[in-house]
Write a protein that binds this ligand. Structure first.
Ligand SMILES: Cc1ncc(COP(=O)(O)O)c(C=O)c1O
Ligand SMILES: N[C@H](C=O)CCC(=O)O
Length: 428
C-alpha cells in the first residue's frame, strides 16, 4: 500500500481531504484509501499492483464488470468524431427510446450528467407541476447533494455524521419533510396533516445509502396510494436500483408505477450520466415545452450515451443476467452468514437482485434506519480492513450497499467466503 499512501498524502495538498467525493476517504473504516489504476472484469488493481475482487463496481454502474468490451468499443467507435457539441445528436433519441422501452412508466426522458442533477431536476419539476413547495423524503435515503435533499441524508453524509449539511439554508430545508423508511403509518399521518401541500415523495425503492434495506411488503404500494389520494408526484429514485435489481428496475421488481423516475450510474456505463423521466403529462412541463427550467451543456454527451446504450443493450440481450446476479448475490450473502455463524459473530445480510447489505448486529433482519444505525460500525470497519488485506474490495462504509457484477464468478465468491471466514475468526 506504500504507493497509495504516498498518493493520498500528495492528493491532500490541493484536494480537500485528498478525495473528490467524501466516502472515498475511508473515514468510516480508517486507514488509507486505495488508489486504483485499472479495472478488468471482476477485479480492480491498485497502484501497488495488488488485485481485489470488486464488490463496489464504481458504486453500481459496472454491472457487467470493469472495462467490458461492448462498452469500451462503443466509446472507441464515437471517440474520433469529437467529444461533444452542445447540440442534438441522433444517439440521444436512441437512448431515450431504449429507456422508455425498458421502463414503461417513463414516457419522456431528459438526460443530465449525474444522479444529483436528476433528482434535483425531478424535484423542481414536481414542484412546478403541482404548484406546491413541500417535499417528502426518508431518513437515511440519499438522493445526491442538492440542498433540498441534504436533509437527514444517508451515504457519505451519514458516514461523516453530518446528515443535515451546514450550508443548506434553514428556509429551504423547512420544505423537506423527512419521514421513516418502511413506516407507511408515519407517511399517512404526515399526509393527513399537510398532504395537500406536498409536491412529491422521493424514495429509494430499495434503500442503498444506509446499507441495503429492502422495502417492507406494502410500503411502496402505500406510497403510491398516498400520492394518488393527495395529488402528489411519486418519484422513484432508481439511480442505484435502475437496470440492476431487474432490467426494469425496482418498479418492475415490485410492480409499482411511479410518476417520475430518476436514473444514473448504469445508464452511463461508467461515464457521468443521469436522467429523469416519467409521465408525459408531467414531463411536458420541462423547458422548452413548459415553463420549468432545466438545462445542461454536457447533457446527452455522445460518449456517455454510447457507453450507456452499449450497457443497456448488453443487459437486454444477455438472457437471465438479472437472475444470475441475484443467485450470485444470494450465494455470497448466505456464505458470509454461514461463516459468521461458525465464528460466533453476530451478523446478518440483505439482498435484492444484484445489491446486498452486510450488518454486524444481533438482529436477524434490518429493515429500518434505526436498526441500520444501531449496527456495530467498528466491527464493520475491522471486517472491511481484514477483507481488503485478503484482496476483497467492499464499500468503505457501513452505510453503503454492496454490488454484484456479472463478471464475478462462483470461484470468486467462494474465495470471498473463505477469506471472510479467516477475517471473522480475528474479530473481537
Ligand atoms: C439513490 C441515489 N440517488 C442519487 C445519487 C446521486 O448520484 P451522483 O453521485 O451521480 O450525483 C446516488 C449516488 O450517489 C444514489 O445512490
Ligand atoms: N452512496 C453513494 C453512491 O451511491 C456513494 C458515491 C459517492 O458519494 O461518492
Amino acid at each position: 500500500m506504500s504507493r497509495s499512501e504516498d498518493l493520498f498524502k500528495a492528493a491532500q495538498t490541493h484536494i480537500p481531504g485528498g478525495v473528490n467525493s467524501p466516502v472515498r476517504a475511508f473515514k468510516g473504516v480508517g486507514g488509507t484509501p486505495v488508489f486504483f489504476k485499472k479495472g478488468e472484469g471482476a477485479y480492480l488493481f491498485d497502484e501497488d499492483d495488488n488485485q481485489y475482487i470488486d464488490y463496489v463496481g464504481s458504486w453500481g454502474p459496472m454491472i457487467l464488470g470493469h472495462a467490458h468490451p461492448d462498452v469500451i468499443n462503443a466509446v472507441r467507435d464515437v471517440l474520433d468524431n469529437g467529444l461533444g457539441f452542445g447540440a442534438p445528436t441522433a444517439i440521444e433519441t436512441v437512448m431515450a427510446d431504449k429507456v422508455c422501452e425498458i421502463m414503461p412508466s417513463i414516457e419522456m426522458v431528459r438526460m443530465v450528467s449525474s444522479g444529483t442533477e436528476a433528482t434535483m431536476s425531478a424535484i423542481r419539476l414536481a414542484r412546478g407541476y403541482t404548484g406546491r413547495d413541500k417535499i417528502v423524503k426518508f431518513e437515511g435515503c440519499y438522493h445526491g447533494h442538492s440542498d433540498s435533499l441534504l436533509v437527514k441524508a444517508g451515504s457519505g453524509a451519514l458516514t461523516l455524521g453530518e446528515p443535515n449539511s451546514p450550508g443548506v439554508p434553514a428556509s429551504l430545508a423547512e420544505h423537506t419533510i423527512t419521514l421513516t423508511f418502511n413506516d407507511i403509518d408515519n407517511v399517512r399521518q404526515a399526509f393527513a396533516e399537510v398532504g395537500d401541500q406536498v409536491a412529491c415523495i422521493i424514495v429509494e425503492p430499495v434503500a442503498g445509502n444506509m446499507n441495503c434495506i429492502p422495502p417492507k411488503e406494502g410500503f411502496l404500494e402505500g406510497l403510491r396510494e398516498v400520492c394518488d389520494e393527495y395529488g402528489s408526484v411519486l418519484i422513484f429514485d432508481e439511480v442505484m436500483t435502475g437496470f440492476r435489481v431487474a432490467l426494469g428496475g425496482a418498479q418492475a421488481y415490485y410492480d409499482i408505477k411511479p410518476d417520475l423516475t430518476t436514473l444514473g450510474k448504469v445508464i452511463g456505463g461508467g461515464l457521468p450520466v443521469g436522467a429523469f423521466g416519467g409521465k408525459r403529462e408531467i414531463m411536458e412541463h420541462i423547458a422548452p415545452l413548459g415553463p420549468v427550467y432545466q438545462a445542461g451543456t454536457l447533457s446527452g454527451n455522445p460518449l456517455s450515451m454510447s457507453a450507456g446504450l452499449a450497457m443497456l443493450n448488453a443487459l437486454q440481450q444477455t438472457s437471465g443476467i438479472h437472475e444470475q446476479l441475484a443467485a450470485k448475490t444470494e450465494l455470497l450473502t448466505q456464505g458470509l452468514e454461514s461463516q459468521a455463524l461458525l465464528h460466533n459473530t453476530p451478523f446478518t445480510t440483505s439482498a435484492v437482485g444484484g445489491m446486498f447489505g452486510l450488518f454486524f448486529t444481533e438482529q436477524t433482519e434490518v429493515n429500518s434506519y434505526a436498526a441500520a444505525t444501531a449496527c456495530d460500525t467498528e466491527r464493520f470497519a475491522a471486517f472491511f480492513q481484514g477483507m481488503l488485506k485478503e484482496g476483497v474490495y467492499l464499500a468503505p462504509s457501513a452505510y453503503e450497499a454492496g454490488f454484484m457484477s456479472a463478471a464475478i464468478s462462483a470461484a470468486d465468491i467462494e474465495k470471498t467466503i473463505e477469506a471472510a471466514g479467516r477475517v471473522f475468526a480475528t474479530l473481537k
